[in-house]
Design a binder for this molecule. Structure first.
Ligand code: TRP
Length: 316
C-alpha cells in the first residue's frame, strides 16, 4: 500500500433508516410487478455472502476485473497526474484500489466511499482528481440511472477529472447465467437473505424457504435479472400490511446490465464523459474504461488548478 492519506466521508445520516426500509419494501411489494431494492442486500450476512460469491468458480467478474487492473495498472498510472486524489465510489473493493494505488505512487490522497456525496472535501478540490468505480456496479443501475450517475459524478469531480470505471461486458448466457446461479447455491442464499433481513429488521413473516432463486438473461435489455419466485400461494405480514403472493409470482431483486463496448461508450457520452481509453480482458470479457471530460468544442477543459498536471495527449 502507498502512503496516500486516507479520508473517509462522514457516514450518511442514519435517522429513520428503519421506516425508510419498511416504506421501500412495501412500495416494492405493492407494485403489480413486485420488486425489492437491491441496496438492501448488503447487511452483515449479505456482505459475507457477496464476498463468498466473489470466490466462486462461476463468478468470473471480480477475479477478471482484478487481473485486468493488474495488467493495465502501469498504463493507467501514466495518465494520473502528480499529487492526484483518488476518489472511490462504492465499497468493498480494497484489493482493486490497492492495485491502482500501488501502481500510482504519485497519488497523494485516497478518499473512500463517495456514493451519494455531493461535494469533494476542500482538501482535495485543488488536486487533479481521479474517480474509481470498479465492480461493474454501474451495471446494477438502469441505463437512465447510470447516465444520471455519470452526470452527477461529472459535476462532483469537475472539469479535467479522470474516471476509471469497470463494466462487465455482454457475452453468452451460458457463461453469464451460472455466474448468477452457482452450483453451491451461494447466490441463491445471497438473494434470499434479503427476505431474511426483512423478517428480522421489520418483524415480517415471509416464508423464506417458499421462495426460489432464479437468474434470467433478458436479451432485449442485455441484462441478468435476479428473481425470487414464490413456490406456492402465500400471504406474508409486513408492517401493518398483508402481502399476497400467488404460486409462480416473481419478486425482481436485481439487474446486472452487460454492455457492449459501443453501447457503454454511448452511455458514458450521454452522461457527459468521453472514453479516453478502454481495455478489455480475454474471455470472459470485462472492460475497464478510462473516461475524461471534454468541452463542447471537443477540447479537454482543464481546471485552473490542474494546468501543472502531467496529463497529456488529452484532446486526441
Ligand atoms: N455488480 C456486481 C454484478 O452485477 C455485483 C452484484 C450485485 C451481484 N448484485 C449481485 C453479484 C447479485 C451476484 C449477485 O455482478
Amino acid at each position: 500500500m502507498t502512503s496516500a492519506t486516507t479520508i473517509q466521508p462522514t457516514p450518511h445520516d442514519a435517522t429513520s433508516v428503519g421506516s425508510r426500509f419498511l416504506d421501500d419494501v412495501l412500495r416494492g411489494l405493492s407494485a403489480r410487478r413486485k420488486t425489492l431494492p437491491s441496496k438492501y442486500f448488503y447487511d452483515a450476512e449479505g456482505s459475507r455472502l457477496f464476498e463468498a460469491i466473489c470466490e466462486l468458480p462461476e463468478y468470473y467478474v471480480t477475479r477478471t476485473e482484478t487481473a485486468l487492473l493488474v495488467d493495465i495498472a502501469p498504463e493507467l498510472a501514466a495518465f494520473v497526474a502528480g499529487g492526484a486524489a483518488l476518489v472511490e465510489f462504492g465499497s468493498g473493493a480494497s484489493a482493486k484500489t490497492r492495485v491502482i494505488l500501488d501502481a500510482s505512487p504519485q497519488i497523494d490522497v485516497y478518499i473512500g466511499d463517495f456514493t451519494g456525496v455531493l461535494e469533494l472535501p476542500s482538501a482535495v478540490q485543488s488536486r487533479p482528481i481521479v474517480g474509481f468505480f470498479p465492480g461493474s456496479t454501474i451495471g446494477n443501475f438502469q441505463p437512465a440511472e447510470a447516465e444520471d450517475f455519470f452526470r452527477r459524478v461529472r459535476a462532483l469531480l469537475g472539469d479535467g477529472a479522470l474516471f476509471i470505471v469497470g463494466a462487465d461486458l455482454a457475452k453468452a448466457p451460458e457463461v453469464l447465467l451460472p455466474a448468477y446461479d452457482d452450483a453451491d447455491g451461494v447466490t441463491a442464499a445471497f438473494n434470499r437473505n434479503l427476505l431474511v433481513r426483512i423478517n428480522r429488521e421489520l418483524g415480517a413473516s415471509l416464508d423464506v424457504d417458499a421462495f426460489e432463486h432464479r437468474a434470467v438473461w433478458n436479451e432485449a435489455e442485455s441484462r441478468i435479472e435476479m428473481h425470487l419466485v414464490s413456490s406456492r400461494d402465500q400471504t406474508a405480514r409486513i408492517g401493518s400490511r398483508a402481502i399476497v403472493f400467488i404460486e409462480g409470482e416473481v419478486i425482481h431483486t436485481e439487474n446486472s446490465h452487460k454492455y457492449r463496448p459501443d453501447a457503454f461508450e454511448a452511455l458514458v457520452e450521454r452522461g457527459g464523459w468521453r472514453v479516453k481509453t478502454a481495455w478489455t480482458s480475454d474471455a470472459p470479457s470485462f472492460g475497464v474504461f478510462l473516461l475524461d471530460t471534454e468541452g463542447p468544442e471537443g477540447i479537454v477543459v482543464t481546471s485552473p488548478m490542474n494546468v501543472e498536471s502531467s496529463r497529456s495527449g488529452g484532446t486526441s
